[in-house]
Design a protein. Structure first.
Length: 249
């Protein structure tokens, strides 16, 4: 039996620690809690890692966080060979914040890329070192030009914020969904719309992931590679840092 968890990361992307009580221990050792700041793998963004601190100060390392049968279920996956907490036990949760923050910066960079390249998205994976976004497009595009356009958005320091809309609002405005294959986070009655720029002047896109609150936080990024994946598909790889060999401008 599982109970509904309060997903604190949906309300505050910068929450790195919180208290919680154990509500269930699954057969495979997975830990369910009454509330959590651990993001569960979804929409191309990996789940959080970190540790759960017990009252005696000992730590239970968490290797991954995933959803259960539905998005209302969040399972914290402990490292093998650790003591299991008891149902009802109170814990202090700590996510690996440096890792999560890199994922937030990368995830936001993926949104900026979808602004620079306004083509339908067929796939995306956010990573700590590198992210990839696949577009349904046949045009050839120069990666240094894309990098320059991305950095312009980063340096303009646009605000990034969430607006909650209803599933009905989304159904009435299907045009705001850029992903062809990734289902928007519907089914909870409300959908988070990630907006960039004052009054969404730059972009708005349904997304359940975690993002930084100003584009400047993304920092230096560049397009490392654009791969041709079939006639009408291009895979963009985003990496942190400045481009190694920027084209002479
Ligand atoms: Zn997002």
């Amino acid at each position: 039996m599982t109970s509904t968890v309060t997903a604190l990361f949906r309300e505050d992307f910068y929450l790195s620690t919180c208290e919680a009580s154990v509500t269930a221990i699954l057969e495979d050792g997975g830990i369910e809690l009454d509330q959590t700041c651990f993001y569960a793998t979804s929409g191309g963004q990996p789940g959080d890692t970190g540790f759960l601190e017990r009252e005696d100060g000992s730590r239970i390392p968490i290797m991954n966080t995933r959803h259960g049968a539905t998005k209302d279920v969040i399972v914290h996956v402990p490292a093998d060979g650790n003591a299991r907490p008891a149902v009802g036990e109170k814990l202090v949760l700590h996510i690996d914040w440096p890792r999560r923050y890199r994922l937030m910066r990368m995830h936001t960079a993926c949104h900026l890329l979808s602004v620079v390249c306004p083509y339908p998205i067929t796939g995306a994976a956010v990573g700590e070192e590198e992210s990839r976004v696949d577009f349904d497009m046949s045009e050839t595009i120069d990666k240094d030009e894309v990098t320059a356009a991305l950095m312009k958005l980063v340096e303009a320091n646009h605000p990034v914020y969430v607006q909650w809309i209803t599933d009905e609002d989304l159904a009435a405005n299907p045009g705001i969904v850029k992903s062809k294959n990734v289902r928007p986070p519907i089914g909870m009655g409300r959908v988070s719309l990630v907006c960039i720029g004052e009054s969404s002047s730059i972009d708005s896109q349904p997304c359940g992931g975690t993002h930084v609150s100003e584009t400047q936080e993304v920092g230096a990024i560049h397009i490392a590679k654009i791969e041709k994946k079939g006639k009408e598909n291009r895979r963009f790889r985003i990496r942190f840092g400045a481009a190694e060999n920027p084209a002479a401008l």
